[in-house]
Design a protein around this ligand. Structure first.
Ligand SMILES: Nc1ncnc2c1ncn2[C@@H]1O[C@H](COP(=O)(O)OP(=O)(O)OP(=O)(O)O)[C@@H](O)[C@H]1O
Ligand SMILES: [Mg+2]
Length: 342
């Protein structure tokens, strides 16, 4: 029986999961699409349990109740923190939660393709397998940018740049399943921008009271590189009173702080290929991940690479689900011999 037929029978639910540092999403063959911020929290003690009212919380809800919780962001910097049982447990909880959100019907087997940051794939494939094995019956683990490329049919002569929270992952597609040499990871991504912005703002406004979470929200609302005419002002408390602060220059500097490494890694990846392919790849560069939403970034990258000949950079339409949609497509198309039974 082909997989499509098996699926029609309803005995298997195919799911694509994108396990990200900051957000994880699931797309499944019953057409559900859900996501959660990759935070897991357990009540610290029995008082906290009464306050929050459940044994485990996820995402925004976990962040909101963080004072009562033992909070874990298991994939920080793209790697399940080694030797930390809690992180593995947290990944397990995220996978379980996502699969529940996909609402499998009773008795359905779960066939999962899981996309993870490229470095996690190298270091922690076993840990991921362990985390998924309780909830799925069959599994394939792939790198996030490969999942994105597959979902967009970019199987040949293309470069996917996935700018996430912990890492920016590069993946060159040249008509085969990408190998390690076709992929590269750098740590200049969303979290790095947040750190920069936090320190620029602390320096400029020493009396203002803000935290990393607020800084990330400022960035997500206003991120840009290059020139932009609008003012950027936000309310931040000083001595308990809300005061408007101009943060435009700091936003720009923080967002632009990833550009040199981004351009360098892109050029280096392309240069690995023979010149005929280089031209094709340069005309087929796709930005994915939450960082692809930074205004002006696509244009900046395209202009910087044009120095050495024509070049086209585009962005995916739906950065939140591009990875899990691609993983689902892979799950539906994959011949059975590639599935690892669990
Ligand atoms: N509009 C925006 N402008 C700039 N950055 C944004 C915007 N929206 C989201 N982000 C950032 O994108 C990052 C999250 O992107 P994404 O969900 O692709 O990452 P992830 O898959 O969780 O991380 P990784 O791929 O590193 O594991 C966060 O750093 C978030 O702050
Ligand atoms: Mg990602």
């Amino acid at each position: 029986m082909s997989q499509a037929e098996t699926q029609k029978e309803g005995s298997i639910l195919f799911v694509g999961i994108d396990l990200g540092t900051s957000r994880s999403s699931i797309s499944s063959s019953n057409n559900t699409r859900e996501w959660v911020e990759s935070y897991v929290g357990w009540p610290k003690d029995f008082i906290s349990l009464q306050v929050v009212g459940k044994p485990v919380l996820f995402g925004a809800e976990a962040l909101k109740n963080r004072l009562s919780l033992d909070l874990c962001r298991p994939l920080e910097r793209g790697i399940i923190k080694e030797g930390i049982e809690k992180s593995e447990e947290a990944v397990k909880e995220i996978i379980k939660h996502l699969i529940e959100l996909a609402k499998p019907s009773g008795g359905q087997k779960i066939y999962a393709v899981v996309g993870v940051p490229a470095d996690t794939l190298k270091v922690n494939k076993l840990a991921i397998r362990r985390a998924v094995s309780e909830f799925a019956h069959s599994l394939m683990v792939v790198s996030e940018p490969f999942a994105v490329a597959y979902g967009m049919n970019l199987l040949n002569n293309s470069l996917v740049i996935d700018i996430g929270a912990g890492t920016t992952d590069f993946c060159i597609m040249h008509g085969t399943i990408p190998s390690e040499e076709d992929q590269k990871t750098i740590l200049n991504a969303g979290d790095y921008i947040d750190d920069q912005l936090y320190s620029y703002l602390s320096e400029k406004y020493p009396n203002a009271r803000f935290n990393k979470n607020m800084v990330r929200q400022f960035k997500e609302q206003f991120s840009f590189v290059g020139d932009m005419p609008d003012e950027i002002k936000v309310e931040i408390p000083v001595d308990g009173k809300p005061v408007l602060h101009d943060i435009k220059n700091e936003i720009r500097r923080a967002c632009e702080s990833i550009l040199p490494a981004l351009v360098e890694a892109t050029t280096e990846m392309i240069a690995r290929f023979d010149p005929e392919f280089q031209i094709k790849i340069k005309n087929n560069i796709v930005l994915a991940g939450g960082g692809s939403l930074i205004r002006g970034l696509r244009e900046y990258l395209q202009d910087s690479l044009k120095e050495y000949g024509p070049c086209s950079v585009t962005s995916v339409n739906d950065p939140l689900f591009a990875g899990s949609d691609g993983a689902l497509k892979l799950a539906l198309d994959m011949p059975s011999k590639y599935w690892e039974p669990l």
